[in-house]
Design a binder for this molecule. Structure first.
Ligand code: 4FV
Length: 218
């Protein structure tokens, strides 16, 4: 899977997308993450990317041109005919769920647009965005963190990203658990400061362990 992220703050992605699972996913070639600075596509010596909202109101808006020029530059990078599935992260979007995550993980190419300030010119959404997605009903300073959340959640379902010992199968919200929140987990030591591991988990009786785990789903 290829994921292109459009942002005015490319340095924000160093760290979250370059460690652990996402790092391994890129090294294995299963995942290709590219960060694009939209300011590089802005006109004029000041490379202006934001301006005042028509109709007045507080704050600034991201202008359409730098965004669209960046989308077109990125979309044009691959074989003709194939285009990325374009997502704008915004509080007005549909809520990101595990179901949506697994749907997006089937796509070969995603383009994530991270807005800033009060948002972006609506004409970009109307003309170039396939869907708006929200990570929750609260307002952030930018779409960068939501983009990272989406990349992390989706990448786990891309074959070759999770190592063998890691599984996205039996976990919260997964079909394997009927979409429920997963059961409690324990590891060594058996006795941690007097707090014991439930006996059934030490029994080796996998039927009883499964029954107990089913009883603990939320
Ligand atoms: C957001 C969210 C979010 C709104 C204005 C960025 C901010 C600023 N995105 N889920 N919640 N975005 O708060 O996705 O441009």
């Amino acid at each position: 899977m290829q994921i292109d992220i459009l942002t005015l703050f490319p340095d924000m992605f160093t760290g979250p997308l370059t460690e652990s699972m996402l790092k391994r996913g890129q090294e294995s070639g299963a995942l290709s993450l590219k960060i694009h600075d939209m300011r590089a596509h802005a006109e004029g010596k000041h490379r202006q990317c934001d301006d005042q909202p028509y109709g007045g109101g507080a704050g600034m808006l991201m202008m359409a041109e730098p965004i669209v020029k960046c989308i077109e530059a990125v979309s044009g990078e691959r074989v003709a005919g194939s285009k990325p599935h374009c997502i704008y992260l915004s509080p007005r979007g549909q809520r990101l769920t595990q179901k949506k995550v697994e749907e997006l993980a089937q796509k070969p190419w995603l383009l994530l647009l991270a807005g800033h300030y009060e948002g972006i010119d609506q004409r970009v959404i109307d003309g170039w965005i396939d869907e708006e997605i929200s990570i929750g009903d609260y307002v952030l300073t930018g779409g960068e963190l939501p983009a990272m959340v989406l990349v992390d959640a989706v990448a786990r379902h891309v074959p070759g990203v999770l190592g063998k010992q890691e599984s996205a199968e039996e976990e919260s919200f997964s079909p394997a658990l009927g979409g429920k929140k997963e059961y409690p987990h324990y590891t060594r030591p058996e006795d941690f400061r007097g707090m014991k591991v439930p006996e059934v988990l030490l029994s080796g009786n996998h039927k009883k362990i499964d029954e107990w785990r089913k009883s603990q789903l939320r």
